[in-house]
Design a protein around this ligand. Structure first.
Ligand code: ASP
Ligand code: MG
Length: 451
């Protein structure tokens, strides 16, 4: 098989963990072709973000402390893995860069990306040392992006072509290759990052370019579960789900991949496997195209720290443009809408937003709708949670909603708003925060998702 393996930050936290990951690459590389990509060592991206901000605001003390911390972490690992020279040279470049930013006293998105890139530059060298392999940056591997620093978009056609041209000969050679996750470069060669968690994206891009049989995302969890085991003790590992289900789960902050990172895999039909470096004999969760299972529901998710807003008023009925006005007002206030529901009477629209965006949302609705008479009132519920039942088996299956709401009602849980997309991949509803776990457990049981 041809495999792309990505190791997340928690899997490459120190020299021991890196050695362990290298042993996995060797073990699975014995009979397969493997390209490896890595995240920064656990916690390093956050340190670098803080470092960049500190340098930009001219905070010398903080900058000095953070540089020391980054240095120490990597030097210890480098000493154990025998690649001190390489790592020193990179750390010296980071020092110079940070000094430059402090001297100017201004941090641009472009220089922030330059600082962040050191996390993966460093980790890839460490991993390459553990593997006696060759490290290369995303740019060297062929990943070209636009110049939207901080969350750059790959120029996909060109990227796939270049990666194939450059890595195809190398993957057949006996020297293992390690590509920095998270990084690309503009067409002018300026370093960019692909957004937080972007190493997964690197993995699926490499996998698509090289037509891999599977992309393996190694992290510290066995895979995706039928529910959060802290809420539902009998929650089970899902051995196989579809891309669509995974995307649906990702929206709920389950340990799923970011939908953006899954996109190349979906488009090129490259199966993705999520598995744990802490339990490498467990095959994990395989994510593929097509139907994975006959089950109606695959998992039950709970989204906490959200708030419900009900916007109502007789003037909303039969007047086109009210919804547009509401959503525009929220967009202008930079509020992200998580759930929307309106019934045919049109007398009210319910939306769910993250709780820390509630004040902004309410303010925007006051100013742009209530004050001009486009709606009459807005009612706010802070202590709510969203419960979602996900499963592609519910598409076209009658009676799923009935089962869900009966199970919930049997546990005396009151439902405050409901939403289901016409894709019928999930049913979401809003309950009080206190009722959330009860509802999740009831549904997990109702659909027989436990052991
Ligand atoms: N190191 C980057 C981050 O933490 C990218 C990644 O880990 O995927 O966001
Ligand atoms: Mg990370």
């Amino acid at each position: 098989m041809r495999l792309v393996m990505k190791f997340g930050g928690s899997s490459v936290a120190d020299a021991d963990r890196i050695r362990h990951c290298a042993s996995l690459v060797k073990r699975f590389g014995a009979d397969n072709q493997v390209v490896t990509t890595v995240s920064a060592l656990g916690g390093v991206t956050d340190l670098l973000l803080e470092l960049a901000a500190g340098a930009g605001s001219g905070n010398r003390v903080l900058t000095h402390t953070l540089l020391g911390e980054v240095r120490a972490k990597h030097e210890i690992a480098a000493r154990e893995l025998g690649c001190e020279e390489d790592i020193h040279a990179l750390l010296d470049r980071l020092d110079t860069l940070v000094l430059g930013i402090s001297a100017v006293g201004e941090l641009t998105p472009r220089s922030r990306d330059a600082v962040l890139s050191f996390g993966e530059r460093l980790s890839s060298r460490l991993m390459a040392a553990a593997l006696s392999g060759q490290a290369m940056t995303g740019a060297e591997a062929g990943i070209v992006t636009d110049d939207h620093f901080g969350e750059a978009d790959p120029l996909m056609e060109l990227t796939l072509y270049q990666v194939r041209e450059r890595l195809e000969p190398l993957i057949k050679s006996p020297t293992p290759i390690v590509v920095t996750g998270f990084l690309g470069a503009t067409q002018h060669g300026v370093t960019t990052t692909l957004g937080r968690g972007g190493s997964d994206y690197t993995a699926t891009i490499l996998g698509s370019a090289l037509k891999a049989d599977e992309v393996w995302i190694w992290s510290d969890v066995d895979g995706l579960m039928t529910a959060d085991p802290r809420t539902v003790p009998e929650a089970r590992l899902l051995d196989h789900i579809t891309f669509a289900e995974s995307i649906e789960m990702g929206q709920f902050g389950a340990k799923s991949m970011h939908p953006r990172a899954l996109e190349p895999a979906v488009e090129h039909r490259i199966p993705v496997r999520m598995r744990s470096t802490f339990n490498p004999d467990c095959p994990g969760t395989l994510i593929t195209d097509g139907k994975a299972d006959e089950a109606i529901a695959r998992c039950v998710l709970l989204l906490k720290k959200v708030a419900l807003l009900n916007v109502s008023g007789a003037s909303m009925t039969g007047r086109p443009g009210t919804a547009a006005r509401l959503f525009q007002a929220l967009a202008d206030a930079n509020v992200n809408i998580l759930l929307i529901s309106q019934n045919v009477s049109e007398a009210g629209i319910s939306i769910v937003v993250a709780r820390d965006q509630l004040e902004r949302a309410e303010g925007a609705i006051q100013a742009k709708l209530l004050r001009v008479g486009a709606a009459r009132r807005v009612d706010v519920n802070r202590d709510v949670a969203v419960v979602a039942v996900v499963g592609s088996g519910m598409t076209g299956t009658p009676g799923v909603a009935a089962r869900i709401f009966t199970a919930v009602a049997d546990h005396k849980v009151n439902v405050r708003a409901i939403a289901q997309g016409s894709s019928e991949l999930s049913v979401c509803f809003v309950v009080s925060e206190a009722d959330g776990p009860t509802a999740v457990r009831a549904l997990h049981h109702e659909f027989g998702l436990g052991q």
